[in-house]
Design a protein around this ligand. Structure first.
Ligand code: F6P
Length: 368
């Protein structure tokens, strides 16, 4: 964290990576807190892309952020393709080369007289912020992701809204599964972390929860399903994190991503549904909840966390605490160095209390 004069009068905000419920609440809190200090605030559209576009940097005033706390998405737009350190440029022969435009970002920022950036994003965006910070760029990060996989903060905003959406979906699947005596397999987001699947699976009373941190065994998970048919209920709900995989295997990737530069997870629910039906003979259907988990209004918890993060980010800029990220360490919101914030992903501890609770009440993780 580098000391910085507290005379910042012009700041910018951007949002990068996948959207998450609560982004607009962070923007509103940051804009109002900064405006109340007498500063002017600008929004950079679509990550860093707006810096290189006409009308890509817009003034953010009290009026622009009025009434947006509860609105999903981001008024600034976002992208997971605008990494200034690996900017895609199409060459004459049609191929795409990744070039480093970080110096141009810094120059453009200075040219506009901006004193600091509040960068709201997940691990990818925070890595960009950290790399820019290493070059002396004045930035404060705000952690965002429905995946809740950042180790430096107890929780990221957006996560609990995604869990509420997923829990509601699992609840709705119960009635149809029971009516048809079916197995329903629902695939939830989370990348390499099983947080959403674990929280929503337990809250939604799933019978089987599969997460990347606990590789599963197909025989064992099918045994749990058979038990559900033999002991009375006659239906089963399986919640699978998109990154879950069989012991000795690897996560399921979407067809179009195979062999490509970025591998997109997806397809485990459909694969499992086929395998379960083949092995058990019970009619099985699959559902991918997908981007519904990122959409809609943030729940009150996420609105509050987002407002606290936005307001604290401005305090950090004011106090010259740059090169850091705001983080929740209950009961406080505090600053952690960006380098520390990106050093480690937070995964579900397989022997943690929620996994133990789930096992104690009869949920199978397909491992025993
Ligand atoms: O990181 C958030 C997330 O929603 C992941 O859970 C998911 O794997 C990924 O983003 C999906 O990304 P995209 O919107 O590019 O399909």
């Amino acid at each position: 964290m580098s000391p910085h004069a507290a005379t910042v009068v012009k700041i910018a905000i951007n949002t990068g990576g996948g959207d998450a419920p609560g982004l607009n609440a962070v923007i509103r809190a940051a804009v109002l807190s900064a405006t109340n200090l007498g500063w002017t605030v600008y929004g950079i559209r679509r990550g860093y892309q707006g810096l290189f576009e006409e009308d890509g940097v817009i003034p953010l005033t009290r009026d622009s952020v009025r009434g947006i706390t509860h609105i999903g998405g981001t008024i600034l737009g976002t992208t997971n393709r605008g990494n200034p350190l690996r900017w895609p440029v199409e060459k004459e022969d049609g191929t795409v080369e990744l070039v480093d435009r970080s110096d141009e970002v810094i120059e453009e920022f200075q040219r506009r007289g901006l004193g600091a950036l509040i960068a709201i994003g997940g691990d990818g965006s925070l890595q960009i912020a950290s790399a820019l910070s290493d070059k002396g760029f004045p930035v404060v990060g705000v952690p965002k992701t429905i995946d809740n996989d950042l180790a430096a903060t107890q929780v990221t905003f957006g996560f609990h809204t995604a869990v509420a959406t997923a829990t509601d979906a699992i609840g709705r699947l119960h009635s149809t599964a029971e009516s048809h005596n079916r197995v329903m397999v629902v695939e939830l987001m989370g990348r390499t972390a099983g947080w959403i699947a674990l929280f929503a699976g337990v809250a939604g009373t799933a019978d089987v929860i599969l997460i990347p941190e606990i590789p599963y065994n197909l025989d064992k998970l099918c045994a749990k399903i058979e038990e559900r048919y033999e002991t009375g209920p006659g239906f089963a709900i399986v919640v699978a994190a998109e990154g879950a995989f069989e012991a000795g295997g690897s996560p399921t990737l979407q067809e179009q991503a195979r062999g490509g530069a970025s591998s997109r997870l997806g397809g485990i629910a459909e694969k499992l549904a086929r395998q379960i039906e083949e092995r058990t003979g019970h009619e099985t259907r699959s559902l991918v909840l997908g981007h519904l988990q990122r959409g809609g209004e943030p729940i009150a918890y996420d609105r509050l966390l987002a407002l606290r993060f936005g307001s604290t980010a401005v305090e950090l800029v004011r106090d010259g605490c740059l090169g850091c990220m705001v983080a929740l360490a209950p009961p406080k919101v505090l600053a952690v160095p960006l380098a520390e914030a990106i050093a480690k992903l937070k995964l579900v501890p397989p022997d943690g209390d929620l996994v133990r609770t789930a096992k104690n009440i009869g949920v199978s993780f397909g491992d025993e």
